[in-house]
Design a protein around this ligand. Sequence first.
Ligand SMILES: *[C@@H]1O[C@H](CO)[C@@H](O)[C@H](O)[C@H]1NC(C)=O
Ligand SMILES: *[C@@H]1O[C@H](CO)[C@@H](O)[C@H](O)[C@H]1NC(C)=O
Ligand SMILES: *[C@@H]1O[C@H](CO)[C@@H](O)[C@H](O)[C@H]1NC(C)=O
Length: 439
Amino acid sequence: MTNRGSSSASPPDSSTRHQKKKHRKLGLLAAMPKLNRRRFYLALKVMLLFVVFGLYFVLLLRESMSAFSAGGRGKSSGKVEQHKPPAEGRLSRPIKAAGFQRPRQNSIHNHGGDDTLQSSKNHPQHDGITPNHSTLNPVYEYSEEMNAAAEADFTERRAMLWNVCADHRIIGKFAPNAWEFFISPGHGLAWCNIFKAASSTWMYYFNILGGYDVRYLQRTRASPIELARKRFPRPSTTELNDYLSNTISFLIVREPFERLVSAYRNKLEGCRNKYYKLLGEQIIKKFRKKIKDGEGRLITKYPKGPTFREFLQFLVAHYKSGGRFDEHWSPVYSFCTPCSINFTLIAKVETFQRDSEYIIRQAGLETLLLNKLPRGKARAIANRATSNTRNLVPRYFAQIDEQLLTEVLEIYQLDFELFGYNSTKYYSYVQETLDGAGR
Ligand SMILES: *[C@@H]1O[C@H](CO)[C@@H](O)[C@H](O)[C@H]1NC(C)=O
Ligand SMILES: *[C@@H]1O[C@H](CO)[C@@H](O)[C@H](O)[C@H]1NC(C)=O
Ligand SMILES: *[C@@H]1O[C@H](CO)[C@@H](O)[C@H](O)[C@H]1NC(C)=O
């Protein structure tokens, strides 16, 4: 009873209390001083601003995070890459699966759950509509056409190489020179360094991979190869074999006689280096007295260093005696032994920039290596190998006769064939001197 009583008594009571409360609340709002109301709205505005700025900040943070992760990706993705065998199938895979889109996919996947926040409306550059362009890295100008052309060339070069290896029955004949390799297991790269074939550029790249600061590399006087060897010591044959199956292995080849002329000009014609000065003197001692001009007269005025002809005579004699060749003019077939090592990629000086970029992308090292060359160096590479030496080559070969050319070709013909170069034109260079005025 008391319960009912209280219950019957209380409802009107509480309802009136509620009403009173409501009234009070409305009254409060109505009665709120103007100043307080303004404060309330101000607080609301501030809160709204905070929310907007917060969202904006999250966007910025995500943007910089993905830039950062792209920067750090070099090492990690190199490791991931390692486990893929350098298979034929990988080279002929469609471009999208190759190194092309991977950077962006990685940076998105790194953020997992964040993705829902980033609607494609806010960030059209992130949704894959323009796969060959990125706001984070404006370096991505490399076209799909270029990539496809490089891929086709690499496939063709490999097929040609193995055909020539088989034709000459030299598959596995030469033992690999493991100590000439630079291997970075962490980046999944193995490079056989051919001297006088754009080697300084990749030495620079390896020094970057080795952790040297770019600014240090630009001002240091230390020898790049010595710096590189500190970070990438000469591997043993076992180490080389272990790494080859897990890395992108590559070499950079050059037209054999252009390389030879370049080596001669660099090491013997100038004769600055003590070692090569001595070698030059030895060559002169052995071959100079025999030199005659086109009409059989003995030449009495000699240059200081050995002539190109003397140099080639020395090479032929050295080859016949079975002596070991200097790394600057050693034939590639016995130096990098491409018929004994299954190189993933055969790059060429003639297509150097495209090929290098392809290698860098395959290894996922874009942010680490692309556009990292000093300006002067990049320009020198573009010009040097193509025009400079190539224009000089006929003049140097005009110094020799057909007999000597045939003997020199015995040493280098295999390099011409393995890498798809043609030596026929050199016969026209030497014949010109025989027919011409002579020297
Ligand atoms: C080289 O490797 C590729 C792909 O792994 C393979 O198809 C090819 O047969 C190999 N060649 C030789 C000579 O081992
Ligand atoms: C992206 O690639 C396509 C197809 O190769 C090309 O037509 C387009 O111009 C490229 N876009 C950019 C921004 O490079
Ligand atoms: C090299 O080029 C000449 C013409 O310049 C051609 O006759 C010859 O067949 C070519 N040799 C090879 C191996 O392609």
